[in-house]
Ligand binder design. Structure first.
Ligand code: 5CA
Ligand code: ZN
Length: 413
């Protein structure tokens, strides 16, 4: 499906160092490209049932930064992102509001595109709706059945059977816990909280995740080799990432609420399908809170990008406010963050307009900014490097202004 319009990214002489990012599976920073000149990025997309909130924005901004640093380091970047445009929370919201689920998804995807454009987030090369990939996903589920990784569970309220993934069956490239490193009790708790069904009768292991949901009355469904129904959640990302980017990808990305079960199970499915790890690194953003609680569509404590823009915020200030936090930290948004980012931006704008520095004087600042972002996307460090340069009397140069645009996505002056 159509993504959104790409912002201009200036080419700046020289290169950022090849970045390292924190890999959840390894528990340390790694170069996810393993020295390759190509970087393949898959970021889990939205479930389109409510407007883009700051948590989503911060997550997509973190991976936007990774894409920018990779490009500045001279790598070819391929980027795919899904949209979970058929899933329980979307269907529940559509039923609650008395709207067609397809229309709800389409309108929310449009709003998401607009918000991503306002924030100058680089679009994925492949922006993939799950509803466009159902056939491919069903084929993958059928293959997992044929190879013994999937089994049917009798489903009293459907004419067909649900299909589950067998987490205990060994694969060459994955065992349960490889990606998340969690103990079984924690897995059981998180599974129950995040879309799993550990109490479902008839499963081999309580943690086995759903691959295919047989049709129920009033639910959308597709005919397929595994019966009429719709895809489970994790298999969609395994199939789309593998099809669009080839396995293993460099980075599987998303918020830390996706560590388990989503990324763990996506990795398991990919290993069973392709005898390959899903990704060289699993990179997770922290959760943003507002009014003391994680911002969430279901909790309703939303600060939306759209709301801030409608109140007159400069989209660059929203970006700068988010970049002033370390991507991997959990943090809380306070309304004052926007005011402080707006003041910083005024200082930066005035500095850029003042101009007339010499490239030689700016070279150290260029090196410093590049080093900061290449060190696990230390954007607060990069922002501080600009502040320090301004406070220390370094004059701006076209190259510095371009670098700030290329790496931080903010055009000043
Ligand atoms: N469609 C699935 C992924 S396949 C999904 O999780 N959709 S979502 O709309 O719920 O979330 C989209 C992305 O935003 C995910 O990466 C999620 O981890 C991230 N996210 C959600 N809430 C927050 C938050 N409060 N702070 C930071 N990131 C968040
Ligand atoms: Zn996903």
């Amino acid at each position: 499906m159509r993504a959104w319009e790409a912002p201009d990214v200036p080419d700046v002489p020289g290169n950022a160092p090849r970045p390292v990012v924190h890999d959840t599976a390894a528990g340390k920073p790694v170069d996810p490209t393993r020295g390759d000149d190509r970087a393949a990025l898959y970021v889990c997309g939205i479930t389109p049932y409510d407007t883009t909130h700051l948590g989503h924005a911060a997550t997509y901004l973190a991976f936007d930064t990774l894409g920018r640093v990779w490009r500045d380091a001279g790598l070819d970047v391929e980027y795919a992102q899904n949209t979970t445009d058929v899933d329980d929370p979307l269907l529940e919201r559509a039923t609650r509001d008395g709207v067609d689920w397809r229309e709800l998804a389409a309108s929310q995807i449009d709003l998401f595109r607009r918000d991503m454009e306002s924030l100058r987030i680089l679009p994925p090369d492949d922006f993939v709706a799950v509803t466009d990939e159902v056939e491919r996903i069903a084929e993958a589920v059928a293959f997992l059945q044929e190879t013994g990784y999937a089994y049917s569970v009798p489903t009293p309220d459907s004419a067909g059977d649900d299909v589950y993934f067998d987490v205990q069956r060994p694969t060459e490239a994955w065992v349960l816990g490889d990606e998340s490193g969690l103990d079984r009790d924690t897995m059981l708790t998180l599974s129950a909280e995040r879309g799993g069904d550990p109490d479902r009768a008839g499963k081999r292991d309580a943690l086995d995740p759903l691959l295919w949901r047989a049709v129920r009355a009033g639910e959308p469904s597709w005919e397929s080799p595994v019966g009429e129904g719709r895809p489970g959640w994790h298999i969609e990302c395994s199939v789309i990432a593998g099809d669009r980017l080839g396995l293993p990808i460099s980075v599987q990305g998303g918020g830390s609420d996706l560590v388990f079960p989503h990324h763990e199970m996506s990795a398991g499915h990919a290993a069973a399908l392709a005898h390959q790890p899903l990704a060289n690194a699993y990179v997770h953003t922290g959760m943003i809170a507002y009014q003391g609680e994680k911002i969430s569509k279901s909790l309703g404590n939303l600060v939306t990008v759209r709301g801030l823009l409608d109140d007159g915020a400069d989209p660059r200030a929203i970006r700068l406010a988010l970049l002033s936090h370390r991507y991997s930290d959990d943090w809380e948004w306070f309304d004052a963050e926007l005011a402080s980012a707006t003041r910083r931006l005024e200082t930066w704008d005035a500095w850029a307009t003042g101009g007339a520095g010499h490239a030689d004087d700016a070279a150290d600042v260029v090196t410093r900014i590049r080093a900061r972002v290449a060190d696990d996307l230390d954007t607060p460090g990069a922002v501080a490097a600009v502040d320090t340069a301004i406070a220390g009397g370094t004059r701006s140069t076209p190259e510095l202004v371009d670098l700030i645009d290329a790496l931080l996505g903010i055009r000043i002056g």
